[in-house]
Write a protein that binds this ligand. Structure first.
Ligand code: HEC
Length: 171
């Protein structure tokens, strides 16, 4: 072999050796980094675990029991809904149209209609008295105003809002 061939081989194998070392370093680094990632739980293994730790039994009360439970849930939902009258609205016009208007639109039983004349002397008592009479009920010379217009599910705020709406809409 000629001299420069030897020289070339020497350099070339040095480069190869370097590259091999770098490769080895990268492999070690990669495996080290991989070890730091938490291992993924396979879905089937998770399902098996769920199966093993699932409760052994459940209470089955038969068809009647299930029906009773459904009825109780429905009754609870209905009770919850009926406790807030008219969906809890504080829109006086809605409550007036659904309840108060039954007497106050046509003057049924002596109820003052929404006319300025019928309310002038009542407004003179002050708003707080009107609120109080609407909430607690009131018997005057004209007739009987039932507490909360006869619907105890109304909140005080709802009744007050309705009184406000009535006073705003006098003609
Ligand atoms: C069953 C009929 C009836 C219903 C329903 C009714 N009212 Fe009355 N309301 C009356 C009558 C009758 C009077 C007049 C009482 C009097 O002065 O003798 C009256 C009077 C009032 C007064 C005046 C009280 C005062 O001090 O002068 C207000 C305010 C009032 N009603 C608000 C309401 C509101 C708000 C509702 C609905 C939540 C309502 N009313 C539902 C019959 C009714």
């Amino acid at each position: 072999m000629r001299n420069y061939d030897l020289e070339f081989l020497k350099r070339f194998s040095m480069v190869l050796g370097m590259l091999a070392l770098i490769t080895l370093g990268l492999i070690l680094l990669a495996s080290h980094l991989h070890g730091r990632i938490p291992p993924e739980v396979s879905p089937s293994a998770a399902a098996r675990t769920q199966e093993r730790i699932a409760p052994v039994g459940a209470v089955y009360a038969g068809d009647t029991g299930a029906a009773a439970q459904a009825a109780a849930a429905a009754a609870a939902a209905a009770a919850a809904a009926s406790q807030v009258a008219y969906g809890g609205t504080t829109d006086g016009s809605v409550i007036f149209q659904n309840l108060c208007g039954a007497c106050h639109s046509g003057g049924v039983g002596g109820a003052p209609t929404l006319s300025q004349g019928a309310w002038a002397s009542r407004i003179a008592q002050g708003k707080d008295t009107l609120y109080k009479h609407a909430i607690e009920g009131f018997t005057g010379s004209a007739g009987v105003m039932p507490p909360k217009g006869g619907n105890p599910a109304l909140t005080d705020e709802q009744v007050q809002a309705t009184v406000d709406w009535m006073l705003d809409n006098l003609k």
